[in-house]
Ligand binder design. Structure first.
Ligand code: 5GP
Length: 240
């Protein structure tokens, strides 16, 4: 596979075209931003840990019957993915109240949400990713009613799979963000699942092991990401 020109560069990943029009390369970078890009930094190996965590979790979901855009790893930080038509909705699944939910509503941080809460944000930097409902998604033509129903079902299935998997690794999953795309008429899971897009809390101590370490200056970000990688992809730490 030949890496061609850059297609898109986001806050933490760059997407490249390849010589196969059906495949793209998603490169995980060491940069990170928070609060609509107002806070910026670089963290060595962050891209590597996130890429490895995302690869493992996307493959786990594939094994459990969820269609994803994952194809293979080209290097430690480069993931080959299927080209999909991205649906401009950020799907947020919440199992425990944290972050913006506790700012906007009278939920207490740490409060269990059972059944989980599913929220949709309009994926648009220009508009500041505002929360939307199904009517707005339909009126904006972001997805059809059938696609929204499918996305909801997939997000809840993904949530159950991840909760069980992470629980065995002594991690809680308070919330996370998913993105979906269309490929050959089907809805597939796209983007990443990593420390940048999930809240991971240590089950014993409640310590944040995710981007909140950066957002709220809670300590050593790379150490937190490495710790999650140690639990999810222990094989990358084995001496060869
Ligand atoms: P909150 O709404 O509390 O800021 O975020 C809820 C969850 O969704 C967190 O796990 C957060 O990482 C994820 N999330 C929400 N919006 C975004 C986004 O625009 N980018 C990333 N990387 N994660 C997001």
């Amino acid at each position: 596979m030949i890496k061609l020109s850059e297609l898109y560069s986001g806050k933490a990943k760059t997407v490249f075209k390849t010589d196969n029009p059906e495949k793209l390369i998603m490169e995980f970078r060491d940069s990170l931003t928070a609060f609509d890009g107002k806070k910026k930094s670089e963290a060595p190996k962050k891209g590597y840990y996130n890429a490895q965590i995302a690869a493992k979790l996307l493959q786990l979901l594939e094994e459990k019957g969820i269609k994803t855009h994952f194809d293979s790893m080209l290097s430690g930080t480069e993931m080959v993915v299927d080209a999909v038509d991205i649906i401009k909705i950020e799907v947020i699944v919440r199992n425990i109240a944290a972050g913006s939910l506790t700012k906007k509503y009278p939920f207490k941080t740490g409060q269990k949400l059972d059944p989980p809460i599913l929220l949709f944000d309009y994926k648009s930097d220009e508009h500041g990713d505002p929360m939307i409902n199904e009517d707005i998604a339909l009126a904006l033509g972001l997805a059809t009613k059938a696609e929204l129903a499918k996305i909801r079902k997939l997000a809840l299935s993904i949530n159950s799979i991840l909760i069980d998997y992470l629980d065995e690794r002594n991690l809680m999953l308070p919330d996370f963000k998913l993105e979906f795309g269309r490929r050959k008429g089907k809805i597939v899971l796209a983007d990443e699942i990593s420390c940048d897009t999930c809240r991971f809390w240590d089950k014993t101590t409640g310590e944040s092991l995710d981007k909140d370490v950066f957002r709220f200056d809670k300590g050593d970000l790379v150490a937190a990401y490495r710790e999650v990688a140690r639990r999810i992809v222990p094989e990358i730490f084995k001496k060869k």
